[in-house]
Write a protein of this length. Sequence first.
Length: 476
Amino acid sequence: MDQASAAMLQALERQRAAFTAAMPEPLSARRDRIERAIALLVEHQAELAAAASADFGHRSTEQTLLTDILPSVSALKHARGHLKRWARGERRATLFPLGLIGGRSRIEYQPKGVIGIIAPWNFPIGMVMAPLAGVLAAGNRALIKPSEFTPRVSDLLADLIAQRFAPEEVAVFTGGVEVGTAFAALPFDHLVFTGATSVGKHVMRAAAENLVPVTLELGGKSPTIVSRSADLPRAAERIALGKMMNAGQICLAPDYLLVPREREGAVIDALREGVTRMYPTLLANDDYTSVINARHRARLEAHLADALAKGAEAIEVNPAGEDFAASNRNKLPLTILRNVDDGMTVMQEEIFGPILPVVPYDTIEAVIAYINARPRPLGLYWFGRDRAEERQVLSRTLSGGVTINDVVFHVTMDDLPFGGIGPSGMGHYHGIEGFRSFSHARSIYRQSPLDVAALAGLKPPYGKLTRITLQRELRK
């Protein structure tokens, strides 16, 4: 075992020992930890935003505050406000006739112990603090591995968390792939991973060695359906906002559009107009975020080159006609692709950047078949006013979540569970579902003082009462 692995294991064991010694902790201890996390974010918001911008090459301060800090504070406040109700035990039905003679069934929600959180680079603050809200509300301790692609944010979070929390409460370990690999292999009581599906498979495999339950928040190709009944200018502007936010580097970003064949040109024109209104320039625009690094810029450019070589038409949305090729930065404009097909890499892999393929359709049945023939997405978006068609799409497709007449917004609802299905993830956090993901629902049955087994003929020697019980229960 190397030094980093040994240090992480020692930290986990220290947290587990502290957790066990403190059982049962009052809710006030959980509330205090949540309030410290809120204070950390509110008091150091400017430093965190500056660190994020430095890591990205450029990232809007307002965007970091709106998409990283604000959702984290909101999730923590939501957990604080609902903590008492969430932690309350529940009475459950008792098998007849045991309930009539004194038997009682209930559930108590207990913290699991030490939870591991592996966070991605695209929202390097929010993807640490949002799951931490549920972890702390449920009464757990936490070890955190932030992304090596955002080292300034990761180091700052490590420092700030060390100032606010004892190491036996919350601790951060930074480092590269080797540290991340060793972190995923630790014997946690639960592990949360947010990131790419390909990496999620490795994380799940590592966790399986210790039978660690996992919450995987992955991604995939989230389809966006524009109905014939949609308000086109409004839909296009909202799609443009969701796609351009964080330069498309969002697991829930609209990955590709499904549009009525006869309205394809109109949709593209409306998208261009929406982008131009929000971003009249791009290269020197403080509101527009850079692609995270040269490696990811090259990945996106390779997608475009592959699509063009295979017959796609590229429409670059560059309102000011700026020269991105001459720039030594990693910003990229939105590129809309027409005439795409499944042989192109851009239609096979999650895009995670400012590229938007457009797929025309003739019928809503064809749309549903197209989506269902592909891996289950993390998000699905539908724009329109036809409630029958809306219900058809909702009832005949599967996705982690849905936003109707907008994109991404369902993840901002603190009381809705956030999670994927199949290749887009498993498990949930946010709200009460997050609290329960990080809690053990402990079943408790209190038996009647009466000799139930004898009364029901459940113990030898078996006889008449046994036969009566079996005849009564074993019938249709």
